[in-house]
Design a protein around this ligand. Structure first.
Ligand code: SAM
Ligand code: ZN
Length: 381
């Protein structure tokens, strides 16, 4: 097997040349996610003044994430678990070449059996499978504690984006819809399924940061305990999303509406769906204060771009994709995003771009007010 050394952050990783092509076990495109893990982990320890600084990388592949966490953050111990012997061999090599033997423990187990072996809680648990992390959640709840951070990555994006309704019902126990704001929706679908799975064990998983790009959806959760807190959280944040595929009207509600509040046609209903905040503003502020520390990361600009936009992202729980509106409405020339935002601002609303889409606007304006800012175009069909 021919190896090649790649540098990610401050860490040297050995990966077989063929892995770079096939992207098995090690995927270079996911450096963005690993950079994000480094930033979030390092900051979370300081932000929370975390006592438990142990990290479980449940599905560690060749160790790219776990080894970087051990090397670039102040966690005390990283447990790297992986089922494949080939990947384990490489992880060992990566641990040794970075001199991290004392800071890491290598486990060669089925992640779904690990709970029988490890009777301990972790400050961090990372679940990064091929496909959906939901299958692992029932096997890791015992590893979580109040204050822990759960980091999940999913790559079943077509399902999360509402394009595979049957699969979503089977896999996530959720009714989904194809939608214009699909990247944020994907984050919400994944967040909902994890919140509701953990709630069965009386664990509150509160999203603190969500992102989606290319073929991945990523959500970090702050773990909390206490049943009455959890009940209140679910009551306030688990909703119905009513969506009209004809005119793109949308509304979150406590009861299903089913009829479009704009064109009057039948609306689809997606449920249950998390309608609360995706970002913790105070944590984002804390992270922004540490920006200089992370300037060495390849994806620093993109990651801090997200944190710096958190205040805007939290003004609503959806965004309007202007290109989708142009498809559904008789709009001869799509006004620039700037023009639409200015119009909304003139009318007294907050309007901004969103990190989820380059063709969308996030605003606290109602659907009717947004359509007005588009110049009140007619619906096509
Ligand atoms: C997407 S990769 C992990 C990549 C890694 N987090 C990184 O950043 O490079 C998912 C890994 O999970 C492993 N895996 C799949 N099922 C598993 C199981 N039941 N227990 C442990 N590992 C498993 C696969 O062998 C694969 O290496
Ligand atoms: Zn409608």
């Amino acid at each position: 097997m021919e190896f090649i050394e790649v540098k990610e952050g401050k860490t040297i990783l050995n990966v077989p040349k063929e892995f770079l092509v096939k992207r098995v076990f090690y995927n270079p495109v996911m450096e963005l996610v690993r950079d994000m893990n480094v930033v979030v982990t390092k900051c979370w320890i300081d932000y929370k003044k975390l006592k438990n600084k142990s990290y479980l990388d449940l599905l560690s592949g060749t160790g790219a994430n776990g080894v970087r966490i051990a090397n670039e953050t102040n966690v005390e111990k990283v447990y790297l678990n992986e089922i494949s012997s080939d990947a384990i061999k490489l992880t060992k090599k990566n641990i040794e070449s970075n001199g991290l033997q004392n800071k890491t423990t290598l486990l060669h187990r089925n992640a779904k059996r690990l709970y029988a072996l490890l009777d301990q809680r972790f400050g961090f648990v990372d679940v990064d499978p091929f496909g959906s992390p939901i299958y692992y959640i029932p096997y890791i709840y015992n590893f979580l504690d109040g204050g822990s951070l759960l980091s999940t990555t999913a790559t079943d994006t077509r399902t999360l984006f509402g394009l595979k309704e049957d699969t979503a019902l089977r896999r996530y126990a959720m009714k989904t819809v194809p939608i214009d704001f699909y990247r944020e929706y994907g984050v919400r679908v994944l967040a909902t399924s994890i919140i509701l799975t953990l709630s069965r064990y009386s664990i509150l998983a509160r999203p603190i940061f969500g992102y989606s790009k290319r073929h991945f959806v990523k959500v970090y959760f702050e773990i909390d305990v206490g049943r009455s807190k959890l009940n209140k959280f679910l009551k306030e944040n688990i909703s119905f999303l009513n969506y009209c595929t004809r005119c793109l009207w949308r509304e979150y509600s406590n009861e299903p509406i089913g009829k479009c509040g704009f064109c009057g046609k039948e609306a689809k209903v997606s449920y249950p769906i998390y309608s609360g905040k995706l970002f913790d503003e105070k944590f984002a502020e804390f992270v922004i204060g540490k920006k200089e520390e992370f300037s060495y990361l390849k994806n620093s600009k993109e990651i801090f771009g997200i944190f710096e936009n958190v205040e805007n992202e939290n003004i609503s729980n959806h965004y309007f994709d202007v290109h989708e509106f142009a498809r559904k409405y008789r709009i001869d020339q799509i006004p620039s995003l700037e023009n639409i935002s200015n119009k909304l601002k003139e009318n007294g609303f907050v309007a901004s771009r969103t990190v989820f889409s380059k063709t969308a606007i996030r605003t606290n304006a109602s659907f009717e007010d947004f359509v007005e800012a588009l110049g009140n175009p007619k619906i096509k069909a």
